[in-house]
Design a protein around this ligand. Structure first.
Ligand code: PGA
Length: 243
């Protein structure tokens, strides 16, 4: 039985004051959300403790937007798994297309981050996905397969989430057609060879397409960027219904 994971990635948004205000609207709207799904928010590092504190009596779980592979050391600008555990973090996003693009994160680095997260009991959310050009050249499957195989090397498939996020769908309003997203998620499941693997879809998920996406057989949740910044819209996504 695969329990869906509905995660909001706030990216570089929300001061602590804004996060508190957001949760004062969002938490009452998800107080009766069925327990058949996990609800997660990934705030910026600076708002982790604020969100942890505001959400302490709720079933909302916390994710970080990254995690380093070392416990401590001379790694300016990085955050270690031990620091995250102190803030009640349960998940860590790794390999998002933004750090892949802006900071040239490699599959090897992403794998080290994911392994370190797992070693410390954090569940890595490993993002994979092809660019527009790669899809047009017919390379999408090859690219995703490489990212999955290298990103998951040495990883326990029962304690990881994969997020299939086609880059051309992120922040563009252009959602991947749900059947195609489902097809790719099915391929990922086959490549990994673990039927209970949790696979999310991400890329322009919104209240208007969540029910259809969640009705797909191989999509076990969503990673939501822009639409997670609106507490009412994200609550609607969290309260999705299978159609
Ligand atoms: P989006 O972002 O929902 O704004 O397209 C998704 C993501 O980057 O995870």
């Amino acid at each position: 039985m695969r329990k869906p994971v509905i995660a909001g990635n706030w990216k570089m948004h929300m001061t602590c004051a804004e996060a508190r205000e957001y949760l004062s609207v969002f938490l009452p709207l998800v107080a009766h959300t069925p327990q058949d799904r996990n609800l997660v928010i990934a705030p910026p590092f600076t708002a982790l403790s604020t969100v942890a504190e505001s959400a302490r009596d709720s079933h909302l779980r916390l994710s970080s937007q990254n995690v380093h592979w070392e416990d401590k050391g001379a790694f300016t600008a990085e955050v270690s798994p031990l620091m995250l555990l102190e803030h009640k973090v349960c998940y860590s996003i790794v390999g998002h297309s933004e750090p892949r693009k802006y900071y040239s994160e490699s599959d090897e680095q992403i794998n080290r981050r994911a392994r370190s997260a797992q070693t410390h009991g954090l569940i890595p959310i490993v993002c994979v996905g092809e660019s527009d050009e790669q899809r047009e050249r017919g390379e999408a499957e090859r690219v995703i397969r490489r990212q999955v195989e290298q990103g998951l090397e040495g990883i326990d498939s029962a304690k990881v989430v994969i997020a299939y996020e086609p880059i051309w769908a992120i922040g563009t309003g252009k959602t991947c057609e749900s059947k195609e997203a489902n097809r790719i998620c099915g391929l990922i499941r086959d490549w990994v060879g673990f039927s209970d693997l949790i696979i999310q879809y991400g890329g322009s998920v919104k209240p208007g397409n969540i029910d259809e996406l969640m009705s797909m057989s191989d999509i076990d949740g969503v990673l939501v960027g822009g639409a997670s910044l609106d507490p009412k819209g994200f609550a609607r996504i969290a309260n999705f219904e299978y159609c």
